[in-house]
Write a new protein. Structure first.
Length: 154
């Protein structure tokens, strides 16, 4: 089981020296993606289920931080940044984004309903009903990718 996973990691180009994951974290995540239980992984690796649980939690936290770092970097280089004040109706957001993108000559490849869904999904608990709770910053990259950030993420 472990040899197969190590071979998979090698095939897909996993390099622990350039990754946010250790070799063990990558192994555990790869096995968990195959619906192998923590107890089975612990047995295969000669350790405890609690240790595997800890390794998996650390790996998922590292991945979350890596995603957040990428989103932050994309927001920094986005030519369009739209500040959405707290209390704004979600239905007003597309027009604000479209206006800013038009001024910058950037095309957004989302209809208004799609854009509202992207914003709502990405903002999570920052959108309550149709209202923006904490202020949002919506960045749009030059190729039209929409990134949403809110105060709790900054």
């Amino acid at each position: 089981m472990i040899d197969e996973i190590d071979e998979l990691l090698e095939d897909i180009g996993f390099d622990p020296d350039s990754s946010v994951l250790t070799q063990r974290q990558a192994q555990v995540l790869a096995l968990r993606e195959r619906e192998i239980s923590q107890a089975e992984i612990a047995e295969a690796l000669g350790t405890s289920r609690a240790n595997i649980s800890s390794v998996e939690a650390s790996a998922r936290e590292n991945l979350s931080k890596a995603r957040e770092t990428v989103a932050f970097a994309e927001a920094l280089r986005a030519p369009v940044r739209v500040r959405i004040p707290a209390g704004t109706d979600l239905y007003d957001v597309p027009e604000l984004v479209y206006e800013a993108c038009d001024e910058a000559g950037v095309k957004v490849d989302h209809t208004a309903p799609d854009l509202m869904k992207v914003v709502s999904d990405a903002a999570g608990n920052a959108v309550t009903g149709r209202r923006i709770a904490p202020p949002l910053v919506i960045g749009v990259t030059s190729d039209g990718v929409v990134r949403v950030r809110h105060r709790e993420q900054e």
